[in-house]
Write a protein that binds this ligand. Sequence first.
Ligand code: HEM
Length: 246
Amino acid sequence: MQIMNEGESGGKDDLLGLLLESNMRHTDEHGQSSLGLTTEDVVEECKLFYFARMQTTSALLTWAMVLLSMHPEWQDRAREEVLGFFGRNKPEYDGLSPLGTVSSCCNLLSAPFFLQNFDDMVQQNVPARSVQVTMILSSCTLRLSRSAGRRTRWRSAATYPAGVVVELPVLLIHPDPDVWGSDVHEFRPDRFAEGVSKAPPAFFPFSWGPRTCIGHNFALLEAKMALSMILQRFEFELAPSYTQYS
Ligand code: HEM
């Protein structure tokens, strides 16, 4: 803040700069006591962006490496696509849209789908430190919570008193065979071959509504860019020591 006051940082090109600028402008106009971004708010927003951004996209890319290693035919298809469009050149951000296979993989992997072995693992008491369990637990969104700010009627189905917390178990809804078919647990990026807009409404890895993920488009762009550049440079496979529980 002091640095910005002293004019040592342009600051407006990054998130912190924008937040601080908004905070300073608001304080200048309305004083410290009014509603607006306080310094604590700025700190909390930065923490939110850090966690919301890092864990999610890194889980997506981690799963991409694992699943494409398990399914080399999809890895080859995705690589051919990237090389066909960009060769060995760095992919262009605005040229990523035609990458159908890479996009389908990223869409599929933005949701926690691959849980076919989860029940088995729990029953077998597989230790929590096992690679797969850890990855599942640190996967993208597992559940969404909303609390009723006031007494709320949901269609004619139910009325919730103020304070009730409604949980949407994304982890259970996404791999629902009634939505995707009995092969729901198979790695099939072609489910999104016609684009994510044709996906069933039960697919909502980035949530819906006013509190939807603010980084949705950025996350997919970043993931497609990273995956394309990895595919251009590397072929990857699982280490022989990798343990699969089935
Ligand atoms: C695969 C990647 C990602 C997934 C699956 C994902 C998923 C989500 C979901 C489901 C929510 C809503 C949470 C809720 O309703 O309680 C959310 C919120 C949010 N996400 Fe993401 N996200 C991803 C990447 C990112 C990235 C890259 C950023 C930042 C650049 C980001 C920033 C945020 C922020 C700031 C919120 C809170 C929005 C609000 O409360 O108004 N996310 N994300």
